[in-house]
Write a protein that binds this ligand. Structure first.
Ligand code: GZL
Length: 335
């Protein structure tokens, strides 16, 4: 039976409004008036210019996330979107954000590839009076009120959901676990690792190896090949995303073992390819990470530009699926 974690939006309002006022107060430029770009938009409002810096195109999740943002921040919906793909390099994101500041966009949004190293560019956006919205991943910054809202899943909970299921299913069998970590220094990799470890603490599951596969299918395959060479007693793979889990399946099959049986697999994302492998019995459990952040982003941006209160933290709800639940859910999956 699928487990459902309905994490509802955390309310906050005041801090969001305060941060907006603080932004305006700290900046040298006057606060962006609604529709600063001036062109009329559909529905009578002003067109809102948005600069978005995306992590890259590393996984099925990222492709679905990009589609959601580009399908929502359209001209018809009142936006003029500038979109950049950083190919998973922080320096590319920083230069893209600087370009958006130079263009004088109304709002900047981005999914930070890693948690740290953003202070300078976030201060520059704040000084330019341009509100920043975070999607998907969090930042660790000393800049006060660096962003007006962060929209994304609770990655620690996702790791806990994966670990709790593993504990329920496999505790008492002396399972040896290998972990395919996401991008080093990224919020999902740090938090999913933390959540999973906490959930299996006190069981006899043991993580015997852990390495980054950088959230890619090829990375997962290469690291799993190394694990299979180094260890002959692997019982379970915990992969921080479906794509690395799918790469691990290739490596396990090439080694003459049966994924989902000889070596169990738990992943996070629940994108279509992962859900298909789950339905086919090659993966045993998937915790969802909903990539469809476009509508929430559009809503927050419109409110920010209109000077309305926004929730500082919007936690996206996630579900989880076992093999039976995947078979039932597959026909209706949007991604
Ligand atoms: C999670 C997102 C992660 C996905 C990966 O919100 O940042 O990055 O889990 C993606 O598939 O590469």
């Amino acid at each position: 039976m699928a487990r459902h974690h309905h994490i509802i939006r955390t309310a906050l309002a005041i801090a969001g409004a305060a941060s907006l006022v603080a932004l305006a107060a700290c900046s040298s430029a006057p606060p962006a008036e609604p529709g600063a770009s001036g062109e009329p938009a559909a529905g009578g409002g002003e067109t809102i210019t948005v600069g978005f810096s995306q992590v890259g195109a590393e996984s099925g999740w990222r492709a679905a996330n990009t589609k959601s943002i580009q399908d929502t921040l359209t001209t018809e919906n009142g936006f003029e979107l500038s979109f950049s793909d950083a190919q998973q390099k922080q320096e590319n994101q920083i230069s893209a954000i600087r370009n958006y500041i130079a263009q004088g966009v109304d709002v900047i949004a981005f999914s930070p590839v890693v948690e740290t190293g953003w202070d300078a560019v976030l201060q520059e956006a704040k000084s330019a009076g341009i509100p920043v919205v975070l999607t998907d991943r969090a930042v660790d910054t000393t800049v006060e009120d660096a962003y007006v809202s962060f929209i994304g899943s609770d990655f620690i909970l996702e790791g806990e959901m994966a670990g709790e299921w593993a504990a329920e299913q496999y505790d008492g069998e002396g399972y040896k676990v290998v972990e395919l970590q996401g991008t080093t220094g990224s919020a999902p990799a740090i938090d999913r690792k933390e959540g999973f470890a906490a959930a299996i603490d006190g069981t006899d599951l043991e993580i015997i190896d852990s390495q980054t596969g950088d959230f890619t299918r090829d990375g997962g395959k290469k690291v799993m090949e190394g694990f299979l060479t180094a260890h002959d007693d692997i019982d379970l793979v915990f992969a921080h995303n479906d794509d690395m889990g799918l790469g691990a399946i290739e490596a396990i099959e090439a080694a003459g073992k049966v994924p989902g049986e000889d070596i169990k697999i738990i992943t996070i994302d629940a994108v279509k390819d992962g859900m298909q492998a789950l339905a086919d019995g090659k993966i045993n459990y998937i915790v969802e990470c909903n990539p469809l952040l476009g509508p929430d982003l559009a809503d927050v941006i419109k409110k920010v530009v209109a000077g309305e209160e926004v929730e500082e933290r919007i936690v996206v709800k996630d579900e989880a699926f076992d093999q039976e639940a995947a078979k039932a859910a597959l026909p209706d999956r949007q991604y």
